[in-house]
Write a protein that binds this ligand. Structure first.
Ligand SMILES: [Mg+2]
Length: 281
């Protein structure tokens, strides 16, 4: 298979960030025997977690997002269709596909499943082969979509978010924060005289330097909801939802102190020669 063909079909493992075996499936069913049966059938292809109490599912998925949810319908507390609506209306869990597994074959029930956002539907008692192949197909589609999303929103040199992410996702974040009466901290970072670095050490070293800077900034982001965009060549923008101004200032100072530990970056141009102050806000 040529590289261009692999790229077009997205089937080559070269482009896959993870395989089906690395995926995590969550089985939600109030009957322990049913959970055990499903987990046993799928044990050869994927890792399964099980939950018997449907009221815990949303919080569980927010904290440790699965790649696929297998959902029963008739459960005490909240039924599977109501739960699916909750998952699909939550921005942290909406991207996870839901496969209903139920003994309820009623046509109205099936329609309610699709309207709630189901990706697929299987009747109990399950046929092992059908369950395995449906799960494999759904996970493969999920992995391809994840990969396409990553290629769309990530800068391939630094692996940070790109400008397309900035212009499509940040406005949505702003709207959500505005609705909740919260602020958005924004920090812009720029490496002065980076052209001088490229001229002296070459663009391969320059790319390596940008990657190292980007990874260091990313590793020192304080919270999972914070994000960094590569705004331009050597310019970065950091987005910090609902953060006090003082805390954002402390973060900038901490990053600046880290600069002293980047020998590659500091070789050609000392910050004292920069026309701007090292840190301003
Ligand atoms: Mg049940």
């Amino acid at each position: 298979m040529t590289q261009s063909t692999a790229y077009t079909t997205l089937e080559s493992t070269v482009y896959a960030s993870k395989s089906i075996a690395d995926c995590k499936v969550l089985v939600v069913d109030d009957e322990q025997s049913s959970c055990l049966l499903i987990a046993t059938i799928l044990s050869d292809i994927v890792h399964c977690d099980t939950l018997h109490d449907p009221t815990n599912v949303v919080v569980y998925c927010e904290n440790q997002p699965p790649d696929l949810i297998l959902l029963d319908i008739n459960m005490p507390g909240i039924n599977g269709i109501e739960l699916c609506h909750l998952l699909k209306n939550n921005h942290k869990t909406s991207a996870c596909p839901v496969l209903f597994i139920t003994g309820d074959g009623n046509a109205d029930t099936q329609n309610q499943c699709w309207q709630a956002g189901a990706s697929d539907y299987i009747r109990k008692p399950v046929v092992a082969s059908t369950l395995v192949h449906r799960v494999k197909n759904l996970l493969q589609s999920k992995l391809r979509l994840d990969l396409l999303t990553e290629l769309t929103f990530k800068d391939q040199l630094t692996l940070l978010y790109n400008r397309y992410y900035l212009f499509t996702e940040i406005p949505t974040l702003l709207k959500r924060l505005s609705r909740d009466g919260k602020s958005l901290g924004v920090i812009m970072l720029d490496i002065d005289y980076f052209k001088g670095f490229n001229d002296r050490y070459g663009h391969v070293a320059g790319d390596k330097c940008l990657f190292e800077v980007a990874q260091t900034l990313k590793e020192h982001l304080p919270r999972p909801q914070d994000s960094i965009v590569r705004y331009g060549g050597e310019e970065f923008t950091v987005f910090l939802p609902d953060i006090p101004l003082k805390a954002a200032g402390c973060l900038v100072k901490a990053w600046w102190r880290l600069c002293g530990n980047w020998p590659l970056l500091m070789k050609p141009v000392r910050w004292e020669s920069s026309p701007s102050a090292p840190v301003t806000w």
